[in-house]
Write a protein of this length. Structure first.
Length: 270
């Protein structure tokens, strides 16, 4: 165990001015599927950052039925972390894992971030700043004047922009990047919007990686229910070993966007 993680267990009880309340200021949800190799470094980086903050926090690893030793790797970290918990879930895809992780979170602000930390955890401060400015949802964006995409394959960038065009046309207007896996929601949004998610929430276990456009549904519902959304430019680095499959996942995500619009037309979100 690293020194950073050891120090996290000591500093995670810092008073955040809640007048005796034990509710964390920030919950960090990390969905994970077969992330045994990356997860220890990811948790160490998150711990080092949180340890330096003056607010209280918790970390939740939502394991999506991994077939490797992801759960064991996460639980090994939990032995030394005062506020790290592990959800051992059936394999139903990233969307379902994120949903379960957010619903298990207790913080006033809830961040979900990819296990590869393509967006560095330090970027959460810019999202928290937008929460302080009155926004209910703050999302990392790989678009914008100061955003950076590092090492992204050209074909993925083209696919991403084509997908965003469809998203803006059919579901969420005005947002340049709905798919960056780094989003912060208020406690109210977590309790009001997340339970309503329907896209890519299978009732039984699935097989293989499952990438979806649940982010689009989250943002669509947040806006529909009157919450304010801020898009924050971030630095994003393409991580090797991505579970995105260009062909089948692109088709599934386009289908998800259409499902969101169809659900809305049928009143399924009312």
């Amino acid at each position: 165990m690293s020194d950073a993680s050891d120090s996290y267990s000591e500093c995670s009880v810092v008073d955040d001015g809640l007048s005796g309340s034990h509710q964390p200021f920030l919950s960090v949800v990390v969905p994970a599927y077969n992330e045994q190799a990356r997860l220890p470094n990811t948790l160490a980086a998150i711990a080092a950052f949180l340890c330096a903050q003056e607010y209280t926090s918790e970390v939740i690893v939502a394991d999506d039925g991994s077939q490797d030793d992801t759960v064991a790797a996460a639980r090994a970290e939990a032995d030394s972390f005062q506020h790290l918990s592990v959800l051992e879930l059936d394999h139903r895809g990233k969307a379902a894992a994120v949903r379960r992780g957010i619903l298990a979170a207790t913080g006033r602000n809830v961040l979900f971030t990819d296990a590869d930390l393509s967006t560095p955890i330090e970027a959460v401060q810019a999202l928290l700043d937008q929460r302080a400015n009155g926004f209910d949802v703050a999302i990392g964006s790989r678009e914008g004047a100061i955003a950076q995409r590092i090492g992204e394959p050209h074909y993925r960038h083209i696919m991403g922009r084509a997908f965003n065009w469809v998203v803006r046309l059919a579901a969420v207007r005005g947002i340049k990047d709905t798919q960056c896996g780094f989003k912060l929601v208020s406690r109210q949004v977590a309790l009001d919007v997340v339970p309503r998610l329907r896209v890519s929430q299978p009732r039984s276990a699935i097989s293989g990686p499952r990438v979806s456009a649940f982010d689009v549904e989250l943002l669509f519902l947040a806006r529909q229910r009157g919450y304010r959304i801020a898009e924050v430019p971030v630095v994003w680095t393409h991580a090797h070993g991505s579970k995105v499959r260009p062909g089948i996942d692109a088709l599934r995500m386009f289908g998800d966007v259409l499902a969101v619009r169809w659900n809305a037309l049928r009143g399924k979100y009312n």
